[in-house]
Design a binder for this molecule. Sequence first.
Ligand code: UDP
Length: 242
Amino acid sequence: QIQKPKLILDNGLRLDGRKPDELRPMKMEIGILKNADGSSLVEVGNTKIIAAVYGPKEMHPRHLALPNRAVLRVRYHMTPFSTDERKNPAPSRREIELSKVIREALEGTILVEQFPRTLIDVFMEVIQADAGTRLASLMAASLAVVDAGIPVKDLIAAVAVGKADGIVVLDLNEPEDMWGEADMPVAMLPSLGQINLIQLNGNMTPEEFRKGMELAKKGIDYIYNLEKETIKNKYAEFKEEA
Ligand code: UDP
């Protein structure tokens, strides 16, 4: 087994050179696939996710349809080349669990009552994994749903906070995710002030938790703006073409 490296260096910076309250560089794009109704690419540092949405469409088999709302079918999947050792392409327990966690977080944001008896299919492929794939996938799904023209209450903006060498840090990188004392992914509907996903792996004191939530909120505000810009830019493109 490899020994835990020092996560916070003597100069107070992290292994990737970031300050404790600094996000990784991010990139977002929508409408990247021609065949899906909605799609997106989200990059958070070296983590890269593609999401695709189909629907709302007719549900088959029919008896699985719901009379009063759309059904959401969600798949989070890691490509075999997304990790440093080839990942078995068959869905693992972790991927099945994350698909459920992501579906529950996404479902509450979509106005499913407007589309009774239909199915909305959401696919997320992890192209490259470097920590934070569940949240990058959730944001990619949220953007792809909006790109498909499906009405939502709000976009989902999300970031993990945690603890590395006793310091509360924003947007964990892979060594911090692996060796840190705590990892807490947080997703929000920022304009509604609602948290729609929060998990905690590890230990934090109440004070560290409060500090973590403060950092997460700051990161989420920045990410939310980036998402809105991503959508606005796409519509500006359409306007120019027209
Ligand atoms: N990871 C991996 N192989 C796996 C699962 C995870 O290499 O089969 C790595 C990947 O970089 C991932 C990180 O471990 O981002 C942390 O995984 P975790 O389960 O905490 O979920 P995530 O942080 O990606 O949401």
